[in-house]
Write a protein that binds this ligand. Structure first.
Ligand code: MN
Length: 241
């Protein structure tokens, strides 16, 4: 019998132990948020697009995405090794939207109903490998999708925060501010992203959307302590060993 990838196979009989499910703590709840997929939005703040040598005209442009594997998830407060294969590991502070209700071709006006909560995220990037991919017109995976590349804080339910559309987003390295922005500067807001992304994927409970980074991305070195925050959501910490 052939089994499509959408069908769940229940079995206790595996060649080796399957990886455990990946989950994130929820503020004010003993239960954890099981992570399904990790979508990341590229260039969603004009000032960051500019520092990447781009300018976004929303009247003609569409958002674009890349995906990280579950193995990239890393909880806030972790100490991680400097990533393999790069000499330009960089931080990108991001506001993360957590989906608890799936859907295909979700209407923008209904998009908020699909959001369970928000988190702070770090889209860790091997910038040199990403740049090499761009130069050679190859995929970004080596630059974006690797262990500990999707750092995430606890998820805070919307019932706690209220619907967020504005508020400061910041990142400090060793106490020094490197990134500042405001959620109101997102080129595509959370509802627009959900409406757009769900034209291409059937969104599922547990999907995370890293909504893009403001200006000021930069490198880290061993020993650095990264701290970020999104007003109304909370904070995130990461140390490079
Ligand atoms: Mn990013």
């Amino acid at each position: 019998m052939s089994v499509s990838s959408n069908q769940k196979v229940m079995s206790n009989n595996y060649l080796f132990e399957p990886n455990p499910s990946v989950s994130v703590p929820i503020r004010g709840d003993d239960r954890r948020f099981p992570v399904n997929r990790i979508f990341c939005v590229g260039r969603n703040y004009q000032a960051h697009a500019a520092e990447m040598g781009d300018s976004i005209d929303k009247s003609t442009a569409e958002p674009f995405y890349f995906i990280k594997d579950l193995s990239a998830i890393c909880e806030s407060g972790s100490t991680i090794p400097y990533s393999a294969g790069t000499s330009d590991l960089q931080y990108e502070m991001e506001w993360v939207v957590a989906i608890h209700k799936g859907g295909f071709e979700i209407e923008e006006a209904q998009a908020q109903e699909h959001i369970f909560g928000y988190a702070c995220g770090l889209d860790m990037t091997r910038r040199d490998l990403q740049q090499k991919g761009k130069d050679k017109r190859r995929p970004w995976d080596l630059g974006k999708n690797f262990e500990n590349a999707a750092v995430i804080s606890e998820i805070v339910p919307v019932t706690t925060t209220g619907v967020l559309t504005a508020g400061p987003i910041e990142l400090r390295v060793n106490g020094e501010t490197q990134q500042t922005g405001d959620l109101s500067d997102l080129i595509w807001n959370a509802s627009e992203l959900i409406a757009h992304l769900s034209k291409f994927y059937t969104l599922q409970p547990g999907d995370l959307i890293y909504t893009g980074t403001p200006e000021g991305v930069g490198p880290v070195v061993s020993g650095d302590k990264i701290e970020g925050c999104v007003a109304g959501v909370g904070s995130i910490e990461l140390t490079i060993s």
